[in-house]
Design a protein around this ligand. Structure first.
Ligand code: ADP
Length: 210
């Protein structure tokens, strides 16, 4: 009813809306708070409430695009370049992940290996106890990465566009006189699914932590 009144008579002050509805203004305070916070109405001092014209759909999209990688990223699972394929497989099970990030000294990203990269080598009956994982990894600069300040939506888009399961979250660093990308997090299809479920439950990660 508030939306209808504002649509018809806006801009209109809260007092007048309350009069029309036959209630006191303070009764409507939570309603006004919800309607402005969710983007349906905007309030200007001394002018009153006016209708933003935004549809629920675009409000939801705006909210989704505001989710940041840094608020949803998981801890990265990394192995050193010198690790063998066998060690990488053990690591995959041990940490219950699908993709490992291969790093050099200083946590600098050198490559990624996925479940199928590892399976392929086992099936090829290579000596997995001897082969270093850096021989079979997808290596830099071909690794698709994301930054902590990027939106979760752009991470999801990269996963879909590149047909991959996981993105290392990185930050630029200068190590041993060379520029590199330090691995600081992990975004996977599971992360996106978790976010999707929590949004459905109207529960942000932040609220969960509190
Ligand atoms: P799987 O192959 O186990 O289904 P993915 O679909 O993630 O897992 O991996 C497909 C291929 O893409 C693999 O060869 C893997 O090394 C590579 N890959 C995985 N993640 C990335 C990434 N972030 N950037 C570039 N290549 C990747």
């Amino acid at each position: 009813m508030i939306l209808k009144i504002v649509q018809e008579k806006g801009p209109i002050i809260g007092e007048d809306i309350a009069d029309i509805l036959g209630v006191v203004r303070s009764t409507l305070r939570p309603d006004f708070a919800f309607l402005t916070k969710s983007g349906f109405l905007e309030a200007r001092p001394r002018v009153g409430y006016y209708f933003t014209g935004k549809k629920l759909y675009s409000i939801v999209i705006e909210a989704v695009k505001k989710l940041k990688v840094k608020d949803w990223q998981a801890v990265p699972v990394v192995v050193g370049e010198e690790a063998t394929v066998y060690e990488a497989i053990v690591n995959l099970f041990h940490n219950d992940v699908g993709t490992l990030y291969i790093v050099s000294e200083g946590g600098i990203l050198e490559g990624v290996v996925s479940r199928k990269d590892l399976l392929k080598n086992v099936l090829g009956q290579a000596n997995i106890q001897k082969i270093p994982v850096n021989i079979i990894m997808t290596r830099m600069p071909n690794v698709v990465t994301i930054n902590a300040d990027d939106s979760l939506w752009s991470a999801a888009k990269k996963l879909v566009e590149h047909e991959i399961d996981s993105l290392p979250v990185v930050q630029p660093v200068f190590h041993n006189e060379r520029e590199g990308l330090e691995v600081i997090g992990r975004i996977t299809k599971t992360t996106i699914t978790t976010a999707f479920v929590q949004i459905g439950q109207n529960k942000s990660e932040q609220q969960e932590k509190e």
